[in-house]
Write a protein that binds this ligand. Structure first.
Ligand code: SF4
Length: 341
């Protein structure tokens, strides 16, 4: 078994009660069948409470959120009563895995962490260096090798040839993007498909910038709203005249060019790692490329709007990436909207 993951996977730790946007608030939590039936037979006062809040509908089993949108199992100290009463192993799959994200294919697992978790964002953006991706090779449940992904290509030979090609392409794109000996614009040019983002960030051709603005707004208008702040950002974007929008773009990029090059290099790397494997699930490569390109533009626009009335420091990009991830990545339909050709 081969497992690839970003280096911050090894150091991530949920901050629990001190999290500013707990994943146990605002999201309906699906309960997998196995856990659901285990919870059904929990006895005593806690078992009674657990069962009172579980919903069993035809197509879904889940915890009904309280009126204030909190998970009914989250206590006043923002700690999970299931962990406190039954232990961490008793969590359902969604709660036990989040913010980790697994893609399982024959002999291969890709593990990632979602930027919708603020603590992941903190680890992700706080180092000025590029982050590495690790490849772990396991045999009979024993680790026999761990190295950076680009140093251990030969371990891939046990995998399906198509999957090998997809992984190699993903890894070579990441290596290209992270090669800081070349300027960022050249790396984007060599990558060859983040053209919308590149033309905003480097070319600043007014007509192209406005075309992309209108395209992103009209796609976002079709999205289901998952993050309550998203419509306000969208409204502010829409209220700007084309001239105001173009001036804001030019000013933002001029003032934050170096900082943004670092942040957006990381974001592009994150998106390439996370979505390249979608071709193994009947998604065309062009759709993935469009998705990554548009996602970068959307994050850039959200950052600009945020900066207009706030600031743009590291905590701001962590928050914006978190907003993007909650709004887009947590809904297949929203992802598909940005994938559209
Ligand atoms: S969002 Fe992240 S840090 Fe916050 S409670 Fe969830 S897993 Fe923990």
């Amino acid at each position: 078994m081969i497992k690839d993951y970003p280096s911050y996977f090894e150091i991530f730790k949920c901050v629990g009660g001190s999290c500013k946007d707990s994943c146990c608030i605002g999201w309906e939590l699906d309960i997998d069948d196995e856990t659901f039936y285990k919870y059904r037979v929990v006895e005593g006062e806690f078992g009674k409470r657990l069962n009172e809040h579980m919903v069993d509908e035809k197509d879904a089993k889940y915890f009904r959120l309280r009126e204030n949108k909190r998970c009914p199992m989250l206590n006043d100290d923002n700690l999970c009563d299931i962990i406190l009463n039954l232990g961490e192993d008793a969590l359902c799959t969604v709660c036990g895995e989040y913010p980790r994200y697994f893609v399982d294919l024959e002999g291969y697992t890709q593990i990632d962490l979602s930027l919708s978790c603020l603590e992941v964002g903190r680890l992700f953006f706080s180092s000025a260096n590029t982050f590495s991706f690790k490849r772990k090779i396991e045999k009979e449940n024993k680790t026999i090798f761990i190295a950076d992904i680009n140093q251990k290509e030969d371990g891939l030979s046990t995998l399906d040839p198509f999957l090998q090609e997809v992984i190699k392409k993903r890894d070579s794109e990441i290596a290209l993007l992270q090669n800081r000996r070349k300027p960022f614009y050249l790396r984007l040019e060599e990558l060859g498909y983040l053209n919308r983002f590149r033309s905003i960030f480097f070319d600043l051709n007014k007509n192209t910038v406005l075309e992309i603005k209108h395209e992103i707004i009209s796609l976002c208008d079709e999205m289901e709203i998952l993050e309550k702040r998203f419509p306000n950002y969208l409204m502010e974007l829409r209220l700007l005249s084309d001239d105001e929008f173009f001036d804001l773009t030019s000013d933002f990029i001029a003032e934050h060019n170096a900082m943004c090059a670092g942040y957006f290099e990381k974001l592009a790397t994150y998106l390439i790692f996370r979505y390249s494997l979608d071709v193994c699930f009947q998604c065309k490569r062009e759709n993935i490329e469009s998705f990554i390109d548009r996602s970068l533009c959307l994050i850039l626009f959200l950052s600009m709007i945020h900066w207009k009335s706030n600031s743009f420091f590291i905590e701001d990009i962590i928050d914006i990436a978190h907003l993007y991830s909650k709004q887009v990545e947590h809904d297949e339909t929203n992802v598909d909207i940005l994938k559209r050709l």
